[in-house]
Design a protein around this ligand. Structure first.
Ligand code: BDR
Ligand code: CA
Length: 347
């Protein structure tokens, strides 16, 4: 079983990551934090609570409020892709005024903020493993599907807890491509300084870049498959919600980026990677963020030729600090996705 903490800015594809984190067979979701990004932090907080409820998460899994703005840059949102509240066009989620949501909202509002939430989660794992040796005690994988402000703050405030982090897995960046400039991807561009702090941390990391997420497209065939349980004409409330989510996201990707064949499910791939790493091919490189740059600000600079001769065994500031995903088995990824929907339908 893999312990996961999910830091997210829901967001349509973040919502699918939440769904997988709640239902993947070998994953235990320990906590969630929200961050500014696709919408403002109030909206991403509410959306995370709404999704956890709708996908049947254990009520013990709280949403810990995270950063409302980047470390240095001005806050920016993405209403043209995700709608004003971050989950435009999605039907079937409870609204924040729905009495059914009251308890979950209140307990999450009372919970410690993101950085403390992550630290407490790790302390609990340490306490639970007191009788075990360091190498045997459980660790947590911290997954990021938004700007990395919370993770950078955690790295800076709690360096002593980093040895209990299995790895950081983040959706972000691209190798030579971007989606918010020629070379900058949205999550990194929103808080490039935070991303560099995380990349410098002495912890294993895996980056799931646009080059890979743009291969996991929800075509109309896949959309139809997600909508109907196998062999049946009928759908379920969860599948209806998912279908409206995909339709809105497809329209955004068509109008903004000209994607005709369907939208990519960027963030869902992070959880698939933790649950089933064998679906991915990765290679280890030195990765840094362009923090200046007139044309290239926010680019993930991947040292493909090992120009820097970075140390092989150092995940931190002088080494090959990051595994970069190079491909995913798309058909097996969608099989995994469908399996998770089936499990969620059964909750
Ligand atoms: C990333 O940016 C957001 O729009 C998505 O949620 C995803 O995390 C893709 O660039
Ligand atoms: Ca996201």
């Amino acid at each position: 079983m893999k312990n996961i903490w999910l830091d997210c800015d829901p967001g349509h594809d973040d919502a699918t990551a939440i769904l997988l984190a709640v239902s993947a067979p070998n994953v235990k979701l320990l906590g969630v934090s929200n961050v500014h990004g696709n919408s403002d932090s109030n909206c991403t907080f509410n959306n995370a609570v709404r999704c956890l409820y709708a996908f049947g998460a254990d009520p013990e899994v709280l949403v810990h409020r995270g950063a409302a703005s980047p470390l240095i840059k001005h806050e920016k949102h993405d209403p043209e892709i995700h709608g004003r509240d971050g989950l435009g066009g999605v039907e079937g989620l409870p609204s924040v005024t729905d009495p059914a949501l009251k308890e979950r909202l209140e307990s999450s509002l009372r919970a410690p903020r993101a950085v403390e939430g992550i630290a407490n989660c790790i302390r609990r794992l340490i306490d639970d493993g007191k009788s075990k040796s360091d190498s045997e005690s459980e660790k947590v994988t911290i997954v990021s599907t938004g700007p990395m402000t919370n993770i950078a703050l955690f790295v800076s405030v709690y360096p002593d807890l980093l040895q209990h982090v299995e790895q950081f897995v983040f959706m972000g960046g691209g190798v030579g491509i971007g989606n918010r400039s020629a070379v900058a991807e949205y999550n990194i561009l929103c808080d490039p300084e935070a991303a560099q702090i995380v990349l410098n941390a002495p912890v294993k990391k895996t980056m799931i870049p646009l080059n890979v997420t743009h291969t996991a497209i929800v075509t109309s065939e896949i959309h139809a498959r997600l909508l109907s349980p196998s062999g049946s004409q009928s759908t379920t409330p969860l599948r209806h919600t998912l279908s409206t989510l995909i339709s809105f996201f497809a329209d955004s990707y068509k109008s903004v980026f000209g994607f005709e064949g369907g939208p990519p499910l960027h963030d869902a791939l992070t959880i698939a990677y933790v649950a089933a790493p064998e679906l991915f091919r990765t290679r280890r490189f030195r990765v840094d963020i362009e923090l200046g740059g007139h044309h290239t600000s926010g680019e993930t600079v991947v040292d493909l030729w090992d120009y820097r001769k970075a140390a092989e065994d150092d995940w931190g500031r002088d080494g090959k600090n990051c595994l970069v995903a190079e491909s995913v088995d798309v058909s097996r990824f969608f099989d995994f996705f469908v399996e998770c929907i089936e499990r969620c339908d059964a909750i």
